[in-house]
Design a protein around this ligand. Structure first.
Ligand code: MD6
Ligand code: FE
Length: 219
């Protein structure tokens, strides 16, 4: 039976495609595939200097994701709340420098989504073991909400929850694969979002986990 090329390649994560999720939000499928191995190696180097840890929510509960970060600033949470800091509270050293490949990829993805001159100063790195999740929230700890957010998925797949401007709006479920990049900003900058619990599995690039890089302009 004949099949249109668009159907044949619709589920192929190696095929770059661009899916609008909002007026200023895009899913760039496979955008990071060519650099994925380099990015994962850089994550290992960052985690060697700033170890993975389960941060506490302001309510005192450990997050299900393990976290590290790099760049001049990185996002943390503890009993005192959410904020950006220049030093890793675990080591009391400055966060590792942002690998040039992270900033280059983020800037290229942002440009592709219509945001020129995006220069991230913070990269949060989350590691999702099977079962780890991120509940629905807005990113609003950044000073300049004009800059977009760039989110890079590596390793095991996940389902991204893409909500509206209010928590009440029903969230859309967006499957994310290794190498996919999401960019949201402008009128979509404060959209609620989250990640469903990651299913058990093994990925050749990361083993039994999903890694997410979230690149932002914090200051
Ligand atoms: C993710 N993370 O890990 C998405 N937002 O796939 C987030 O959306 C996020 O980890 C704000 C603060 C911390 C986060
Ligand atoms: Fe977020």
């Amino acid at each position: 039976m004949q099949q249109a090329a668009s159907d044949l390649f619709a589920d192929d994560p190696a095929t770059p495609s661009v899916l609008p999720l909002g007026a200023q939000a895009l899913l760039l499928r496979g955008f990071a595939l060519a650099q994925a191995a380099e990015l994962i190696q850089a994550v290992r180097q960052v985690a060697h200097q700033a170890p993975w840890r389960h941060m506490l929510t302001p309510g005192g509960k450990p997050m299900s994701v393990a976290t590290t970060g790099c760049g001049p600033l990185s996002w943390i949470t503890d009993r005192r709340g959410y904020r950006y800091v220049a030093q890793d509270p675990l080591t009391q050293l400055p966060w590792p420098a942002m690998p040039p490949a992270f900033a280059a990829l983020a800037s290229a993805a942002a440009l592709r989504a219509g945001f020129a001159a995006f220069a991230p100063d913070a990269c949060l790195i989350n590691r999702y073991a099977p079962g780890a999740r991120m509940s629905l929230h807005q990113d609003r700890d950044e000073q300049d909400l004009a800059a977009p957010i760039v989110s890079v998925s590596l390793g095991l797949p996940a389902v991204f929850l893409w909500g509206g401007a209010t928590r009440a709006e029903r969230a859309q479920r967006v499957p994310l694969q290794h190498g996919d990049v999401l960019v949201w900003g402008g009128v979509d900058r404060l959209r609620f979002h989250g990640v469903l619990p990651v299913a058990p599995g093994e990925h050749p690039a990361t083993g039994a986990c999903r890694i997410n890089l979230t690149l932002r302009r914090a200051l």
